[in-house]
Ligand binder design. Structure first.
Ligand code: PEP
Length: 256
């Protein structure tokens, strides 16, 4: 089954609203060349979402980097799904390793967020991946299976097309190191087999699986050539509009 290629930029804590506006402006003219055969997303800081909504080319969807699963309440500093949806957000990253590691987010908490994002009519981008120690210990699959089961605890087969999984080995994020594309494919293929056991082959074939970790325009092609990898979640290289457009070009096989 052919899935729509997907490129997601994760800006992390970068760019003020003014800088986000400049990024959108730089994309505006070349954006006419963004192939309609793929999906493009920018996950920006909350403070830049409004300006991006009004300035980003239509071909580029708006994403957020986090959310609180409760509908509302006394959660100082948090943001709800309704607040994001109202701003035009369509994708929300959940379980990024920086949030798991630096903000003590648990697997169960990631599952609650995933459910909340889906319930609000947005697409969760669920990040999974092993760290360096786990990799060395040969427990990558055990770790990812635990993360996957918790993240999808309440998700049903008919929601498969709305789910995005991002395989992000923690040791590859921001490090300039990547696995071989074949090794990332081995994990993605294994992930899809897990999904098939859970939901059946047809539903598993609808889930988009991305690779993330030190992706750039030079190495993206190797990853998206793999049968189970449908695109990339990109941090550093998504900050520069030229680089973003180059990756869009690679993603669509030179048609962007
Ligand atoms: C990320 O933030 O998810 C990421 C993959 O970062 P980088 O591309 O900078 O490694």
């Amino acid at each position: 089954m052919k899935r729509r290629p997907l490129l997601i930029g994760n800006w992390k804590m970068h760019k003020t609203a003014a800088e986000a506006r400049a990024f959108a402006a730089a994309l505006a003219v070349p954006a006419v060349r963004l192939a309609s055969t793929a999906d493009y997303v920018v996950c920006a800081p909350y403070t830049a979402l409004h300006v991006l909504r009004v300035t980003l080319p239509r071909a580029v969807a708006l994403g957020a980097q986090n959310v609180h699963p409760a509908a509302q309440g006394a959660f100082t500093g948090e943001i709800s799904t309704a607040m994001l949806h109202e701003l035009g957000v369509r994708y929300v990253i959940v379980g990024h390793s920086e949030r798991r590691r630096l903000f003590a987010e648990t697997d169960a908490w990631v599952g609650e967020k995933t459910a909340a994002v889906l319930a609000a009519g947005m697409r969760p981008v669920v990040c999974l991946g092993e760290d360096e120690t786990e990799r060395a210990a040969g427990v990558t699959e055990t770790v990812i299976e635990r993360q996957l089961q918790a993240a999808l605890a309440t998700v049903t087969a008919d929601q498969a097309a709305e789910i995005v999984l991002a395989y992000e080995p923690v040791w590859a994020i921001g490090s300039g190191r990547t696995p071989l594309p074949e090794d990332a494919q081995a994990v993605a293929g294994w992930l899809r087999a897990q999904l098939a056991e859970r939901w059946g082959t047809a539903a598993a074939a609808r889930v988009r699986i991305l690779y993330g970790g030190s992706v750039n325009a030079d190495n993206l092609g190797g990853f998206v050539a793999q049968p189970d990898l449908d695109g990339a979640l990109v941090g550093g290289a998504s900050l520069d509009p030229t680089s973003f457009l180059q990756m869009a070009h690679v993603l669509t096989g030179g048609n962007a």
